[in-house]
Design a binder for this molecule. Structure first.
Ligand SMILES: Cc1ncc(COP(=O)(O)O)c(C=O)c1O
Length: 404
């Protein structure tokens, strides 16, 4: 048996829409992207969704939009030390300085009790991450943000389907950024989307994704069948060639939107399959605490079933890398649980952080991994996973007994 990390479900609707788009010869952002945005927004309960090329672009654009709302280049953004590196990259790509804060060992998310001491007079936003689909402590984060007049951008790249106190992750801050990369619950193969309740944010985001243009209507008609836009020329110059701000080039295209629309069609089904897999795999890990542990789902939340994190405990008679090897030999694909960005990702060295400053993030990075919980896995795969883990732990404990 083999357990790949991710999968993609391409529906008949997606196939039909891809062919329609190819036949229309209108492949850059157009009506399918608009439809995807509307459905994504209504699915999550937001007013606005702005589709882009990747989750990293979604993070960067949400941050860059803040320049229209008082932020200055070089301002600081507080974010957890542990995340997929794209979170930190996006802060720098947007022209801000990332200020890293350690995470909580049990939730894997930013530790809110450390945020206030990281705030300076240059801080403009907090960028929490719902890592592995577990919602960050948004009440505490929003409370700090309110008291210090900061924006909150959720990195919800991994949090499709997550809820926090009855509300969807992605609707808890000023803006949120989802990834639609292929291993994620809703996917357009490559892609991302920024979600917000505010029309003024969405307008700036639409401008930013297209070079900073003055053209930023929600229902842009230029790339659709109705090609004459009454607003484009109006009574002045061509708005498409008026550039209002420093922009990016990261629009979603029609083929990606077609795949994304198919993915949305199966959303509930995929979510429930992945949710059941995650729950069963968390149960399979439970007997091996504290040598192996994972996060807990609290009553106030639903974890978005992105993947199963596993962390090797401090006194375990084996290492993370030995477990990864064992899984590999048994054809179970895994990923490390990222790196502590400020101290373990070389690109961030210029910021001057020192190894040891983020003990929890560094611990998880050195001792954590994650495995897929995707919709192509069923009860037989989960049984196989549980047996493989049990055999590993028992064999290592037996080695220990023999050696002592
Ligand atoms: C937490 C987090 N943020 C941002 C991203 C970036 O998304 P993408 O790969 O679509 O650029 C990812 C990717 O999986 C992620 O896990």
């Amino acid at each position: 048996m083999n357990l790949p990390f991710g999968t993609i479900t391409v529906t008949d609707t997606a196939r039909r829409l891809v062919l329609e788009a190819l036949d229309s010869k209108r492949l850059s952002s157009g009506r399918l992207v608009r439809r995807f945005e509307e459905l994504f927004a209504s699915n999550i309960g937001a007013q606005e969704a702005v589709a882009v090329s990747s989750g990293t672009d979604a993070d960067a654009l949400a941050l860059a939009a803040l320049y229209d709302f008082g932020a200055k280049r070089g301002d600081e953004v507080i974010t957890p030390a542990l995340s997929f590196v794209a979170t930190g990259n996006s802060v720098l790509q947007a022209g801000f300085k990332p200020v890293f804060v350690d995470v909580d060992l049990e939730t894997l998310n930013i530790d809110p009790s450390l945020i206030e001491s990281a705030i300076t007079d240059r801080t403009v936003a907090i960028l929490p991450v719902h890592l592995m689909g577990k919602p960050a402590d948004m009440d505490a984060i929003n409370d700090i943000a309110r008291r210090h007049d900061l924006f909150v951008i959720e990195d919800a790249a991994e949090a499709h389907g997550a809820t926090y106190k009855g509300r969807n992750a992605g609707t808890l801050g000023d803006m949120s950024a989802f990834s639609l990369y292929v291993a994620h619950i809703i996917t357009s193969v490559e892609g991302g989307v920024v979600v917000t309740q505010r029309e003024d944010f969405a307008e700036v985001l639409r401008s930013l994704r297209s070079h900073g243009r003055a053209c930023k209507c929600r229902q842009c008609v230029i790339n659709t069948a109705d090609k004459v836009c009454p607003r484009r020329f109006g009574d002045g110059p061509d708005r498409r060639f008026v550039f209002e701000r420093i922009g990016y080039s990261c629009k979603m295209n029609e083929l990606e939107a077609a795949i994304g629309l198919g993915s949305l069609e199966l959303y509930e089904e995929i979510l429930s399959r992945r949710g059941a897999n995650l729950a069963a795999m968390m149960q399979a890990i439970e007997p091996f605490a504290p040598n192996l542990f994972t996060f807990r789902q609290e009553p106030h939340e639903r974890i978005g079933p992105h993947a199963l994190p596993i962390i090797v405990g401090q006194d375990a008679p084996f290492t993370r890398d030995e477990l990864v090897q064992w899984l590999r030999q048994n054809e179970i694909d895994s990923r490390n649980l990222f790196e502590c960005m400020p101290t373990q990702c070389r690109g961030f060295a210029f910021l001057g952080y020192r190894l040891g400053e983020f003990p929890n993030a560094e611990y998880i990075a050195e001792n954590g991994l994650h495995v897929g919980v995707h919709q192509d896995l069923g009860p037989a795969h989960i049984d196989y996973f549980a047996r493989t883990i049990r055999d590993f732990v028992l064999s290592r404990s037996a080695n220990l007994r023999t050696a002592t």
